[in-house]
Write a protein that binds this ligand. Structure first.
Ligand SMILES: NC(=O)c1ccc[n+]([C@@H]2O[C@H](COP(=O)([O-])OP(=O)(O)OC[C@H]3O[C@@H](n4cnc5c(N)ncnc54)[C@H](O)[C@@H]3O)[C@@H](O)[C@H]2O)c1
Length: 314
């Protein structure tokens, strides 16, 4: 297949391009580098089946030739990034998604949207199944991301219903791995960076809020299976193994051999108390579930950060 991927220079986008190429597909990657980096795609410089186009997908654009699938991953994704770029986040979820859907329609291609567990907001149902409609504050600081993704989901479903477009929607839960930015504010790089520096691990609130963490190769496998499926409604992709942030901080200290202290900070506004996917649907429909254990995934991520830090120093 020839596949267009927006957000290709991002953390998940670059891994997804790698997977598509490994499966024998041809990929056109689009990105404006708002939160991504050229270095995430540097290893593909000599890959003849990969082409990169620097493109803001909220602006008009065309792609030459036939296209079999359009994958829309472009969006700031870490709280730090979307709080720094709230308007761009709303624009890419609305206008950007519209342009990617139009491209899919023009080319007669299938379409995959990467949505988010943030659609569930601060949930009263736990773990969250796809049938739960969520509890999102529509005017809070995080609403630029949550509502952008909810709009993108609604637009995707409307294009499916109105034009018969073959669409898929992935609701991604916290994912981690190599190529995350150390300073993007998400808990995995934040704790790892602090532990490797011997700085205190900053825990927001009392650390009893829960999260679950999916290693990027597992997530990418779920996305790939979903893209080939006939499921039109959202599918959760994430790791159902839940832990408190405090437990997670302990795991990071053990893994890195760090003696960092734990420092408590006030909880940010609208920070969800609990976050854990119900992945029954992905299991039944896609035969998918995460395989990489947390220790192993963290080890690979630490290796990446150590290498990246070494390269930055020399
Ligand atoms: N990482 C996670 O845990 C997670 C969780 C839920 C959902 N997601 C979703 O997965 C996708 C990828 O997330 P990520 O973690 O790789 O984030 P990322 O910030 O690393 O990647 C996003 C990419 O989109 C690009 N981009 C942003 N606006 C653009 C625009 N207007 N035109 C072209 N490119 C643009 C950025 O430059 C960046 O390369 C996003 O849609 C995100 O909402 C990620």
């Amino acid at each position: 297949m020839r596949i267009v991927v927006s957000g290709a220079a991002g953390f998940i986008g670059s891994h997804f391009c790698d997977r598509l190429l490994a499966e024998g597909h041809t990929v056109v990657g689009l990105d404006n580098y708002l939160t991504g980096a050229a270095s995430n795609l540097a290893h593909l410089a000599d890959e003849p089946r990969f082409r990169f186009v620097r493109q803001d997908i909220t602006e008009p654009f065309t792609v030459d030739g036939s296209v079999d699938a359009v994958v829309n991953m472009a969006s700031p994704a870490s709280p730090k990034d979307y709080l720094d770029h709230p308007i761009e986040t709303l624009d890419v979820g609305s206008t950007g998604t519209r342009r990617m859907l139009d491209l899919a329609r023009e080319k007669g291609a299938r379409f995959l949207l990467t949505s988010t567990s943030e659609c569930y907001g601060d949930p009263e149902v736990h773990p969250q199944p796809e049938t739960y409609w969520g509890r999102v504050n529509p005017v809070g600081p995080r609403s630029c991301y949550d509502e952008s993704k909810r709009f993108a989901e609604a637009l995707t479903m409307a294009c499916h219903r109105e034009h018969g477009l073959a669409t898929n929607i992935a609701r991604i839960f916290n994912t981690y791995g190599p190529r995350m930015k150390l300073d993007d504010g998400r808990v995995v790089p934040a704790f790892l960076g602090q532990a490797l520096d011997g700085a205190p691990l900053t825990v927001f609130g009392d650390g009893s809020q829960t999260r679950s963490f999916c290693y990027v190769s597992d997530l990418v496998d779920g996305l790939y299976r979903l893209m080939l499926s006939g499921e039109r409604f959202p599918v959760n992709l994430g790791n159902p193994h839940e832990m408190t942030i405090l437990e997670f901080a302990e795991r990071i200290r053990r893994l890195t051999g760090s003696h960092s202290a734990i420092e408590f900070r006030p909880l940010p506004e609208d920070d969800p108390r609990q976050r854990c996917p119900d992945i029954s649907k992905a299991r039944a429909l896609l035969g998918w579930e995460p395989r990489v254990q947390l220790e192993e995934g963290l080890r690979r991520t630490v290796e990446h950060f150590r290498r990246a830090a070494g390269i930055a120093i020399t």
